[in-house]
Design a protein around this ligand. Structure first.
Ligand SMILES: Cc1cc2nc3c(=O)[nH]c(=O)nc-3n(C[C@H](O)[C@H](O)[C@H](O)COP(=O)(O)OP(=O)(O)OC[C@H]3O[C@@H](n4cnc5c(N)ncnc54)[C@H](O)[C@@H]3O)c2cc1C
Length: 396
């Protein structure tokens, strides 16, 4: 017989922790099911892989990130039956619920590009966990000459400026070591311009040039010959490398879902884009990377979506706007890619102040997950002050 939970949250990542902790702060009984003992601050993988930071900085036990009173269940979710309100774990445990919040993030499909698995084994990457990021640092930092390629296997991946950030951080490390030029950084992108949106490409391209980063546009990696160190693109081009890091193809979480049409062809939960309710169900929501909202997959969208879902469960008419705030960090400066459902990315400038803001956001990450009720007003003020409507008129 399934044990009944009031609020059952699946996944203890950014979205699951914000939703669960907010509801717990308001007196709800919350259970979070998470397969891992540790939470990884995913942007940290960039700093581990390209600047040699220690992984410990970016990893914390999940148990330290849940509020007292939240029940943390360690286990792998294998099946979600929305019609029967039943969640099954891989060890056979079963739970039912009054409200379900799916926050299982995105999964990676390493078989989608032939050679991806071998590439990951050989050089590591900056998407697949701290160990792989450390392996990439070992591969990258041992280069004394040659070419580092940062590439993507698909135009849709978490945090759209992440490959740019990777290239800038790598170039900064090489410059500090006096190796920039001897080691070339090549950014291979599946876009027509240097960024997915043309206006930002025009802002970012001069910075890439200044940093000595070579860009190959319209290069969607289709296959990799790891032995001969070559990437081949869907567009029919090839690119040689000494070390390469590929952003793998993303898909929805690897769980069995009933009914099957609750998820799209890529396995993402179909939700109403404003309420994040799973289509056809009043008692089930999907937050963050695991849903099919037409916005970028980022920690900020998971955070804001989690707040909306918590408020809706509390009875408020909260609405998710699709707001993004993706940081792109260069050597000493940063900008934020800001958009929502109604506004494509607005024109923004690089500045030292934004780099300071980004460093502050990173420092605020852990407390904001555990105590979102204390930090949300501050974030809300920031998001209101930098709303795409305002920035479209004022610039930033
Ligand atoms: C290199 C990189 C840089 C990034 N930079 C930024 C940035 O600067 N700013 C930003 O806003 N975002 C950034 N992101 C994106 C951000 O990290 C994600 O969008 C965010 O973590 C999504 O939160 P989530 O809760 O949806 O998923 P996740 O945080 O991935 O959490 C999902 C959780 O579910 C658990 N889980 C999965 N399957 C199961 C299962 N079957 N059973 C039990 N538990 C399971 C996982 O262990 C995980 O804890 C970056 C991502 C990467 C990879």
């Amino acid at each position: 017989m399934a044990e009944k939970k009031q609020i059952l949250v699946l996944g203890g990542g950014a979205g699951g922790l914000i939703t669960g902790n907010l509801l717990a702060a308001h007196g709800y009984q919350v259970t979070i099911v998470e397969k891992s003992d540790y939470h990884l601050f995913q942007p940290g993988m960039l700093w581990i892989a390209f600047q040699g930071h220690s992984p410990e900085r970016y990893i914390k036990p999940v148990a330290e990130l849940v509020k007292p009173g939240v029940e943390l269940v360690k286990g792998v979710v294998s099946e979600i039956n929305l019609a029967d309100r039943l969640v099954r774990l891989s060890d056979g445990r079963e739970y039912s619920y009054e409200y379900l919040v799916v926050a299982l993030g995105a999964a990676y499909d390493y078989d989608a590009v032939s050679g991806n698995k071998e590439l990951l084994e050989r050089f590591g990457d900056f998407y697949s966990g701290a160990e792989h990021a450390q392996r990439l640092w070992q591969s990258f930092s041992s280069l004394r000459e040659g070419t580092l390629v940062v590439a993507a296997a698909d135009p849709s991946y978490k945090c759209p400026p992440a490959p740019h950030k990777a290239a800038f951080l790598a170039a900064e490390t090489l410059r500090k070591k006096g190796l920039l030029g001897k080691v070339k950084v090549v950014l291979a992108l599946p876009f027509v311009h240097e960024y997915a949106s043309k206006n930002l490409a025009e802002i970012i391209a001069p910075k890439l040039k200044e940093a000595g980063i070579e860009v190959r546009t319209m290069f969607t990696v289709e296959s990799i010959d790891v032995e001969n160190k070559k990437l081949y693109s869907l567009e029919g081009e090839e690119l040689s490398f000494d070390v390469a890091a590929l952003i793998p193809v993303h898909r929805g979480p690897l769980v069995k879902v009933a009914p099957e049409d609750a998820v799209d062809d890529d396995g993402y939960f179909k939700v109403d884009k404003h309420t994040l309710r799973i289509e056809g169900y009043d008692d089930a929501y999907a937050v963050g990377d695991c849903n099919n909202t037409p916005t970028s997959k980022t920690g900020v969208t998971a955070h804001l979506g989690g707040e909306v879902v918590a408020e809706r469960i509390m009875g408020y008419d909260a609405v998710f706007t699709g707001r993004t705030n993706c940081p792109l960090v260069t050597d000493g400066e940063a900008l934020f890619v800001i958009s929502d459902y109604e506004h494509p990315p607005v024109d923004v400038r690089f500045s030292k102040f934004k780099r300071l803001l980004e460093d502050m956001f990173i420092a605020m990450y852990w407390p904001s997950l555990r105590d979102p009720e204390k930090w949300s007003p501050l974030f809300r003020a920031y998001f209101e002050a930098t709303s795409p409507e305002k920035l479209a008129q004022l610039g930033w």
